[in-house]
Design a protein around this ligand. Structure first.
Ligand SMILES: [Zn+2]
Length: 66
């Protein structure tokens, strides 16, 4: 392994991180990450869980006991 910059890297473009824009390498990359939040890229997984929860509970627990 030969790497000249073993420090943390920008999660957007993999360039060496710049302390001023931590954890990114530039303001541009910070903006890219912010845009992902606004576009809902990080919100999708949570919504599916809600749907499953409401369907698993009421199933075979309310038997009349004929
Ligand atoms: Zn970057």
């Amino acid at each position: 392994m030969i790497e000249s910059a073993p420090g943390p890297k920008c999660p957007i473009c993999r360039k060496p991180m710049v302390a001023a824009y931590r954890p990114f390498c530039s303001k541009r990359c910070a903006d890219v990450d912010l845009n992902r939040w606004f576009s809902g890229a990080y919100v999708v997984p949570g919504k599916q869980e809600e749907d499953e929860d409401g369907e698993t509970v009421p199933a075979g627990k309310d038997e009349p006991g004929a």
